[in-house]
Design a protein around this ligand. Structure first.
Ligand SMILES: [Cu+2]
Length: 72
């Protein structure tokens, strides 16, 4: 089943940041969509709940070098 999760990533500053995050999440199996909201500094991810979960999504963002906080 498809699920959505959002994280606040305050350190997104430029397109290189966006590329790193997209690259990191693109390698995570089950991720089908990554949306970056520049105004809110938020990363929204759609993923297959049978293949991965929100904590793995968060871990990928953090491993790419960014703090990820649960979005309100
Ligand atoms: Cu950047």
């Amino acid at each position: 089943m498809d699920r959505d999760v959002s994280y606040r990533v305050p350190e997104i500053h430029c397109e290189a940041c966006e590329r790193s995050i997209r690259g990191a999440l693109g390698k995570l199996e089950g991720v089908s969509e990554v949306e970056i909201d520049w105004d809110r500094r938020e990363v929204r991810v759609r993923y297959d709940g049978g293949k991965t979960d929100a904590s793995q999504v968060r871990e990928r963002i953090e491993r790419a070098g960014f703090d990820a906080e649960a979005a309100a």
